[in-house]
Design a protein around this ligand. Structure first.
Ligand code: FAD
Length: 422
């Protein structure tokens, strides 16, 4: 801890981004209050149920050149990895149009990938340092990550994505079937070609990790307000307090890290951010399941499979609907069948099963929103991390802490500004 800073910072939201920010602010000597109505790391948060990948390769945006040509196929395939609930389509159209436009040209996705690379570079090391610092190194493992294809030709169809990764210095190693089998014994034979990311890592229990960081911060003086933030009170254009369902909390600065619920609060600070839920699901099987020494991402399934502390988890699916729509458990069933298809004998093993649905907080351009609010000095944003929030949380926290301290940020902040949507 540095010398005690006199500023009081309120952090709104106790997902992985919020608690990483709390930790970084405490390290700078600030007084910190976390406003979070639920248990940090609980099932309400995307941070609970994700695929647990810490992948330096997640710099390729979802919207890529030519995606629009595939959209009709995606929409027609009810068992595919991407689906839209038709009833919600009219409301989603403006966001979807921006989403397709964001991947319109190679130049655009090159810029996006370069910005994301700045956030994701060294992410597993940053997480390992956090986990070690809170006395729980077991949460982070650095055994690499393996992306799987049927063959080299299928890999070639993702050519631009892998080129973007190469351009941004992501370390990778191509594997044939025998090498895949050696690393992941028992994996379905349909995967004959793989790309190993030796620099990748994973978290063994994403929800538990968030809870552990929050508990560690609590032991170091962080205050906790178990309530919902509702707005901000300004004095002379500057934040004076965060308003909550149970009264206001006076502060010198605030960080908005409320995941999918952030847009309304950002609007109160002068920024209209297009934020939609890319809803995802997970299925976790516990019992006599394969150990899976390295997490895998079979590209035909567009889902991550990870051995967590409690079982074998498959997480994925992109379902467009509002954040509050009821889960469609058929999407989870698709994932369960996919998982079983990857490992012989899994179907019949005596396993227990849990299912989860959560909301990726997604911007159309695939970049998070990090930086100062336009209309309220002292409010800083840290939301909109879409598919990469677990991985990029430590770098986001470092950037926010630099901005609050008035230090020259080690990561370029400009690409993440909320003003890009103005
Ligand atoms: C299926 C799936 C798989 C994924 N896989 C990966 C992966 O492998 N790797 C990766 O890096 N990312 C992955 N992600 C994305 C990642 O999970 C998210 O980007 C990340 O968890 C977002 O974290 P967050 O802290 O911003 O939001 P959340 O984790 O959603 O936390 C937001 C918190 O804010 C609280 N909150 C809401 N409103 C208020 C309010 N008004 N006041 C106070 N608090 C409030 C909520 O209760 C919640 O606890 C995946 C996501 C999904 C759904």
């Amino acid at each position: 801890m540095k010398e005690r800073n006199t500023r009081h910072v309120v952090v709104i939201g106790g997902g992985i981004v919020g608690v990483a920010v709390c930790r970084a602010l405490l390290a700078d000597g600030h007084r910190v209050t976390l406003v979070e109505p639920e248990a940090p790391g609980g099932a309400q948060a995307a941070s609970f149920g994700n695929a647990a990948f810490l992948s330096p390769a997640s710099i390729v945006p979802m919207s890529m050149p030519g995606l629009w040509r595939q959209v009709p196929g995606y929409l027609a395939d009810r068992r595919g990895a991407l689906t839209v609930r038709w009833r919600h389509l009219p409301r989603l159209l403006p966001w979807l149009a921006k989403f397709l436009a964001a991947g319109r040209s190679r130049a655009k996705v090159e810029r996006t990938a370069a910005a994301l690379a700045g956030l994701l570079r060294g992410a597993p090391d940053r997480h390992a340092a956090i986990a070690a610092g809170i006395g729980a190194p077991e949460f982070i493992r650095r055994t690499g990550l393996l992306y799987l294809y049927a063959d080299r030709e299928a890999h070639g169809r993702d050519g631009l994505g892998w080129e973007l990764r190469r351009m941004n210095g992501v370390e990778m190693e191509e594997l044939g079937r025998a090498e895949i089998e050696a690393r992941v014994p028992g994996l379905a034979p349909r995967y004959g070609f793989g790309v190993l990311l030796p620099g990748g890592g994973h978290c063994t229990d994403p929800g538990g990790y968030v809870a552990a960081i929050a508990a560690w911060c609590g032991n170091r003086g962080m205050a906790r307000a178990a309530t919902r933030a509702t707005g901000f009170r300004r004095e002379g254009g500057r934040i004076a307090a965060v308003e909550t369902a149970e009264g206001e909390i006076a502060c010198d600065a605030a960080v908005l890290a409320a995941g999918i619920r952030s847009a309304r609060l950002a609007a109160a600070c002068g920024d209209r951010v297009p934020l939609e839920a890319e809803r995802g699901y997970h299925v976790e099987l516990s019992g006599p399941v394969p150990e899976l020494p390295v997490p895998v991402m079979p590209q035909d399934l567009k889902a991550g499979i990870t051995r967590t502390a409690s079982g074998l988890r498959i997480a994925g699916q992109v379902e467009f609907a509002t954040a509050d729509a009821a889960p469609d458990w058929d999407r989870a069933e698709i994932l369960r069948e996919a998982l079983v298809s990857c490992f012989a004998g899994l179907e019949t093993a005596a396993v227990t099963e849990t299912r989860w649905q959560g909301n990726r907080p997604s911007t159309p351009d695939g970049l998070p929103v990090i930086g100062p609010a336009s209309g309220c000095a002292g409010v800083f944003y840290a939301f909109g991390h879409g598919h990469i929030g677990l991985c990029s949380a430590p770098a986001t926290a470092a950037l926010v802490a630099d901005l609050i301290a008035g230090r020259e940020p080690e990561i370029a902040a400009a690409p993440f500004s909320a003003r890009r949507f103005a």
